[in-house]
Design a protein around this ligand. Structure first.
Ligand SMILES: [Zn+2]
Length: 475
């Protein structure tokens, strides 16, 4: 982990040692059908499941509920919430087939034996937990899953679905991949909303109170307030033991949800499921290779290291602003390959109030001084009444210590400039913006692409209307 302080050294360490400067490999040919074929081959060598002693289970007061894809053994008393679980679980399987691009006909007979446990002793005496080493929340082994009953109804379903994702991936592919991917996908896909007996899987919560017992966003934000930010590299390095604490689930979910909600990263993230064998470092390399291949197919002007730097920078912006109801679309960042140094005595930009970081299309050069002036009136909120702001912001509300509506700027260093950044360097990277407000004289410590945004909560961009006009003059 690195410490994220208002000391720029740390950011630079992140950016430069960020990830994978020496590990770029070529993407392999992979496909869902080849993945399924290898899954079938692996299943042939699975050991025979220890048969369950149904009568001992029954005698222990454990009920048996059954649906198409789940037999659920539980000592919980009958209730709608418990008894509907197998039917809800059935909704997971076609969803996963679609997500991983698998033929659902191949999973018609896929069936899991699940154990939802309130009193562990009851299951022990009937032998149903013989295969479980240490049950903290949940455990999956081939087509069996075990879940310790939590206090919250949401979280009970969540754990069952989470373990169900493990069981399905193990069955379909024969591998789960390294912890960040194994737990990241299970968390991503198991996070859900239930409405009228219908599950929305892969759900992103709108508020803290929506998914009781879940708390993944709070776990990550708790780490951030303690200045513990995990780089992508550090997410990739999470080990199984780290998952003794829920924070690791939070970080794995965050990386998965970040990839899933970004069109540049989604395909590569999903498709690594098609080849999950190898040591953990291989999977990270495979992800990057798939990502580079995809981006270069669409935008051949970007080189591999630039694509990885964008991934690093996008992650940094996302994770430092992670919140409920995060607006993935409006915060998406586009980089400009052709950002040129400013040559005219005066250059003008329009910056939209309803978006996150926006490239100005120009670069600032190290050592040069620029004079910024900003003007304009824009809407920041609609309810309970319309709020207008100018680029110096509205002091009625603050986001990350700065009034909302304040015009911010930052530089994303040119690749060769990461070396030059040192402690005290100002305004580099999305995590450390400069306040521009109505105006500022800024001597660039580093050369890089210039970005602007209006300061606001990442969940509250959709009700913003209007622009800021920024002028840069060369003194
Ligand atoms: Zn898990």
């Amino acid at each position: 982990m690195i410490m994220l302080k208002n000391q720029f050294l740390f950011l630079i360490i992140f950016l430069y040692f960020g990830i994978f400067r020496e590990t770029i490999i070529l993407a392999e040919e992979i496909s869902s059908s080849a993945a399924e074929h290898s899954g079938r081959e692996i299943r042939k060598h699975w050991s025979t499941e220890i048969p369950l002693d149904e009568s001992a289970i029954k005698q222990s007061g454990i009920r048996r509920l059954e649906s198409k894809h789940l037999i659920l053994y539980t000592d919980l008393a009958g209730s709608k919430q418990v008894d509907e679980l197998p039917k809800l679980f059935d909704q997971l399987i076609p969803f996963l087939c679609n997500y991983f691009e698998l033929n659902p006909q191949n999973y018609e007979t896929f069936k899991v034996e699940g154990f939802l446990i309130n009193d562990f002793e009851k299951f022990k005496s009937s032998g149903a937990v013989r295969q479980v080493p240490n049950l903290r929340n949940g455990y999956a082994l081939r087509c069996r899953i075990w879940v310790r009953n939590p206090d919250s109804e949401y979280y009970r379903r969540h754990l069952l679905l989470h373990e169900g994702v493990h069981a399905f991936m193990g069955y379909a592919f024969g591998f789960w991949g390294p912890p960040w991917y194994r737990e990241g996908t299970a968390e991503l896909l198991g996070t859900h909303r239930l409405e009228n007996e219908s599950l929305t899987l892969g759900y992103f919560p709108k508020s803290r109170y929506e998914l009781s017992g879940w708390g993944r966003i709070d776990l990550v934000r708790g780490d951030l307030t303690k200045n513990h930010l995990r780089t992508i590299k550090e997410v990739f390095e999470l080990e199984s033991e780290d998952y003794d604490e829920n924070r690791a689930y939070g970080w794995s979910w965050a990386f998965a949800v970040f990839c899933e909600n970004h069109p540049r990263y989604r395909t590569a993230f999903r498709q690594i499921a098609w080849k999950l064998n190898g040591v953990p470092a291989d999977i990270a390399k495979r992800f990057l290779a798939l990502l580079i291949k995809k981006v270069q197919n669409e935008q051949p002007e970007w080189n591999p290291q630039e694509i990885i730097d964008h991934l690093d920078n996008d992650w940094l912006d996302f994770i430092t602003n992670l919140d409920y109801d995060y607006d993935f679309e409006r915060t998406r960042i586009d980089y400009n390959k052709n950002a040129l140094p400013i040559s005219l005595p005066e250059t003008q930009f329009q910056i939209r109030a309803d978006k996150g970081w926006q490239s100005s299309g120009v670069r600032l050069e190290r050592g040069k001084t620029y004079c910024f002036t900003a003007s304009g009136r824009f809407q920041l909120a609609e309810k309970p009444k319309i709020w207008y702001s100018e680029p110096n912001g509205v002091t009625l509300r603050y986001y990350r210590g700065t009034p909302i509506g304040t015009l911010l700027a930052t530089l994303i260093p040119d690749q060769e400039e990461y070396f030059l950044a040192k402690e005290g360097t100002s305004g580099i990277g999305f995590a450390i913006p400069q306040k521009i407000g109505l105006g500022k004289i800024w001597t660039a410590d580093i050369s890089g692409e210039l970005f602007f945004r209006v300061n606001d909560f990442p969940s509250e961009l959709s009700d913003n209307i209007g622009d800021v006009t920024v002028k840069i003059t060369l003194p």
